[in-house]
Design a protein around this ligand. Structure first.
Ligand SMILES: *Cc1c(COP(=O)(O)O)cnc(C)c1O
Length: 379
């Protein structure tokens, strides 16, 4: 049992993927467009609903970048971004020559604090004389944000919203899939996300017109002429028809994956309830249904007698992968000069949190082994 290493979230295939890949080979659609790409986009459009359009892309980072391009973010602009996230939420702001303004998290969801957001908007207006060009809330570890409150502020100041739902595929807020509340929503299908295309992403767009605009930029901004004619700078960001074949297969198990991650959450909640000083992160509101992409715990060293790093090393020695939470962007040397509105929440979470194995390859036997390892440590 303790021999094989237990990972956070390994890829898990449905068994249907090879059939779509074989079709691509048989028909020689081994290119970054084709039937799998179109069908995968259709599957995603059906899944997210709300009459949205979806563009399949080479990465979640590309999706965030293209949304900023579509929103006209340019040098000199400020873009508000959740601080507690992976760097890929913020890096595309810099690709556009704009400045990220980081906003700290609230206690309940660990996502963008709406009060701090409004403060950041006011500060940005005072600095630049106009509202920021976009707001990027994140669904960290699949947890919904207080998106109604965030959207209300965005509407009041007429600022577009790009939801970073890279970790939140299939999470719901008041029954509606996250990534469909703002102007754009970014998804990721990297190897360790809810579903994988090996590497890939998608952008949820408001309508057909926005979708064609995003496709245009994703395919080198080519004009509809027989020769290559360019009026804008484009990108090579389209998803390969092979990867999209994997995506079509993965869509057949997305609901099962989500159910599994929720089951893992329930297991941790039940079996860690008696461990003083360990708290499992769960939805703070009953209208939030996270996908529980990575299940996370906070370690209170005053109660446990050890810190998260000691626990991480102990688990590692037993063959269990765990990982510190994302280090906030306002604490990253590379973003040292970026404005930030902080309240200490994400820094404290970073100093106390660990991600635990949660993916579809994690069995109940693994889970028993993991909670035993945590329960026994320090006692
Ligand atoms: C994974 C991730 C991304 C980027 O997605 P890629 O497909 O890896 O480019 C962006 N934001 C967050 C919060 C992520 O976790």
């Amino acid at each position: 049992m303790s021999q094989e290493r237990i990972y956070l979230c390994l890829a898990h295939m449905s068994g249907n993927e090879m059939q779509y890949i074989q079709e691509a080979f048989d028909t020689n659609w081994v290119v970054p467009l084709g039937p799998n790409v179109n069908a995968f986009e259709k599957d995603l459009e059906e899944f997210v609903g709300q009459d949205k359009r979806v563009v399949a892309l080479s990465a979640g980072t590309a999706a965030i970048h293209l949304a900023l391009v579509a929103l006209g973010v340019k040098p000199g602009d400020e873009v508000i971004c959740q601080s507690f996230t992976f760097a890929a939420s913020a890096n595309p702001v810099v690709y556009q020559g704009a400045t990220p303004v980081f906003v700290d998290s609230e206690e309940g969801t660990w996502n963008m604090d709406p009060n701090l957001l409004e403060e950041a908007v006011k500060q940005s207006i005072a600095r630049t004389g106009r509202p920021p060009r976009a707001i990027i809330p994140v669904y960290l570890y699949g947890m919904p944000a207080h998106i109604d409150e965030i959207m209300a502020i965005a509407r009041r100041y007429e600022i577009p919203v790009l939801e970073d739902a890279a970790e939140g595929l299939g999470s719901r807020y008041r029954g509606r899939v996250v990534g469909t509340f703002g102007d754009y929503g970014a998804l990721s299908f990297n190897g360790n996300k809810m579903i994988t295309t090996s590497g890939g992403g998608a952008l949820i767009c408001p309508d057909e017109e926005a979708k064609s605009r995003v496709m245009y930029y994703a395919t080198q901004a080519r004009e509809p002429l027989p020769y290559y004619h360019h009026l804008a700078i484009g990108y090579n960001y389209r998803m390969s028809n092979i990867c999209a074949g994997i995506g079509r297969g993965q869509m057949t198990v997305l609901d099962a994956h989500i159910a599994h991650h929720v089951h893992v959450k329930d297991f941790y909640v039940e079996h860690l309830a008696g461990v003083d000083g360990i708290t499992v992160h769960v939805a703070p509101e009953d209208y939030m249904e996270p996908n529980y992409w990575l299940n996370t715990i906070l370690v209170d060293p005053k109660k446990t007698g050890y810190d998260y790093e000691a626990l991480r090393r102990h688990l590692d020695s037993l063959g269990i992968e765990s990982r510190p939470l994302w280090k906030p962007m306002h604490c990253q040397p590379v973003f040292r000069d970026a404005p930030a509105v902080v309240n200490g929440v994400s820094e404290r979470l970073f100093e106390q949190g660990l991600c635990l194995p949660s993916g579809p390859m994690v069995t109940d036997a693994h889970l028993h082994y993991i909670v035993d390892a945590i329960s026994r440590f320090g006692s």
